[in-house]
Design a protein around this ligand. Structure first.
Ligand code: GSH
Length: 106
């Protein structure tokens, strides 16, 4: 594949990649997930939560994507169909803040 394809740009997270959907994988009892849920709320975003404690398929999806079961993980699907899985609560909060042009507390 030629360098600079749409998929590569999206995976690199460069400006211009258009996001089609965001889904948070985790569960509300997890403090790191709560950090992200709180940022989502204060930014007024509509990001559904897939509860990995209650939904085996969600837990499996996280494991297949990241190689571990650690949450939170944000699934970012771009309009070109490419998907990026972002672990680490602080990285997710930073990403959401940057997308919103805002600064929710981490
Ligand atoms: N550094 C990570 C820590 C995440 C973390 O430790 N999550 C816990 C739940 S609160 C977890 O998934 N533990 C199970 C595991 O790592 O397999 C973050 O900030 O997102």
């Amino acid at each position: 594949m030629a360098s600079g394809s749409k998929g590569e740009r999206a995976a690199a997270g460069q400006a211009g990649d258009e996001v089609a959907s965001l889904v948070l994988y985790g569960y509300p009892e997890c403090p790191y997930c709560r950090r992200v849920l709180s940022a989502i709320e204060s930014l007024g975003l509509d990001v559904p939560l897939r509860n990995t404690m209650r939904d085996d398929a969600a837990n499996t999806a996280v494991y297949e994507a990241t190689g571990r079961e650690t949450v939170p993980v944000l699934r970012i699907e771009h309009r070109d169909g490419s998907v990026r899985w972002m672990p680490e609560s602080l990285d997710i909060v930073r990403y959401l803040n940057e997308r919103s042009g805002s600064a929710a507390q981490a």
